[in-house]
Design a protein around this ligand. Structure first.
Ligand code: SAM
Length: 250
């Protein structure tokens, strides 16, 4: 019977590719890839030549049923994205869902994932966390999003691009207390890896004043709100937050 392997690829450092991932890519009949040129370079590095099918966010609804048909005929397929674990802010959900619905074996080949890598070095609690993917692209939508997250008690994580990291932190600073701890994880596993943990206002200043801090890829980890269930009175900060929330309740 056919099978679908969901294969994580490196998020920067090629040495993070697992032995098993290489073996699986050697074995499968074809590879479904977000960007076939990108994966061809990775495959070349390991001397693998394989039939590649392009599967990205704009064609995956159409391509998924065709690939499932091939697996029903007995072929094995590996799904990879450009970096890290497929489906995490990456294509693949329609294929995995349909394969499962059709009773096809779906098996993970785990590896790098930027959000997990960032959490693992954040020093913030990770027993509970929320992953928010990419933030909304406009200031208005971003601030609305931040307002909703303000009282979230668990650690949360988002992805951001170099074009928007400064604007995102600036918007965040308008909504969040300046001393909320955040971790900015930049270019993880790469040459210019930088991990900064500090108060929001301090991290924002650093990003604003140092052009290098706006280059590359970013994960931001945010400390949860401190909620004291036994406290009777509300603090100045809580009063400010309540006022902010009420402003937007109409
Ligand atoms: N599926 C991937 C994963 O498992 O992490 C994420 C894909 S998403 C399209 C790409 C985003 O992930 C980037 O914009 C950045 O926010 C984050 N990212 C990927 N690689 C990274 C790295 N080496 N350092 C920091 N962030 C990274």
């Amino acid at each position: 019977p056919g099978k679908l392997y969901v294969v994580a690829t490196p998020i920067g450092n090629l040495a993070d590719f697992s032995h098993r991932a290489v073996e699986i890519l050697q074995q499968v009949d074809m590879i479904a890839a977000e960007d076939t040129r990108h994966v061809r370079m990775l495959l070349q590095h390991y001397g693998i030549s394989k039939r590649l099918i392009s599967l990205h966010q704009h064609n995956e609804d159409k391509v998924a049923p065709k690939l499932v048909e091939k697996m029903q005929q007995g072929l094995t397929i590996a799904l990879v994205s450009d970096a890290g674990t497929p489906l995490l802010s990456d294509p693949g959900l329609p294929l995995v869902r349909l394969a499962r619905e059709q009773g096809i074996d779906v098996s993970p080949v785990p590896g790098a994932c930027a959000l997990i890598a960032a959490l693992s070095v954040s020093g913030l609690p990770v027993s509970r966390f929320t992953f928010e993917g990419f933030l909304p692209r406009t200031t208005g939508a971003r601030k609305a999003f931040f307002r909703e997250r303000l009282l979230e008690p668990a650690t949360w994580v988002f992805y951001e691009s170099s074009h928007r990291i400064q604007a995102a932190l600036e918007d965040m600073l308008e909504i969040f207390p300046a001393d909320r701890q955040i971790v900015l994880a930049r270019e993880l596993t790469k040459l210019h890896e930088t991990i900064v943990k500090d108060q929001l206002a301090v991290v924002f200043e650093r990003v604003k004043n140092d052009g290098n801090m706006r280059k590359g890829e970013f994960v931001v980890v945010v400390e949860g709100a401190k909620v004291d269930k036994h406290k009777q009175e509300i603090s100045e900060e809580e009063r400010r937050i309540l006022a902010l929330l009420l402003q937007h309740c109409s």
